[in-house]
Design a protein around this ligand. Structure first.
Ligand SMILES: [Zn+2]
Length: 78
């Protein structure tokens, strides 16, 4: 790859984007096995997905990230 940055695939449009230009978004996915037993398991997974800049804009990822950043800053007492 001649020292170029790794390509990642945009979750939305499937385009290959250099990782340093992609927007990383952590998605929480919940699973429910739907087994009607005592072992009925519900579990969550946090999956990292990548979006290209235009999809991130389109999906409001930047707004979510901004909101998260503000929330984190508020928690730190800034
Ligand atoms: Zn995209």
């Amino acid at each position: 790859m001649r020292g170029r940055s790794t390509l990642v695939t945009c979750e939305s449009c499937g385009r290959a984007v250099p990782r340093d230009k992609a927007v990383i978004y952590e998605k929480a996915i919940s699973f429910n096995t739907e087994l009607k037993t005592a072992n009925d398991v519900r579990f969550f997974e946090r999956r990292k997905v990548y979006y290209c800049i235009s999809c991130a804009k389109h999906r409001g990822i930047f707004e979510i990230k901004k909101r998260d950043a503000i929330r984190k800053a508020a928690r730190r007492g800034i």
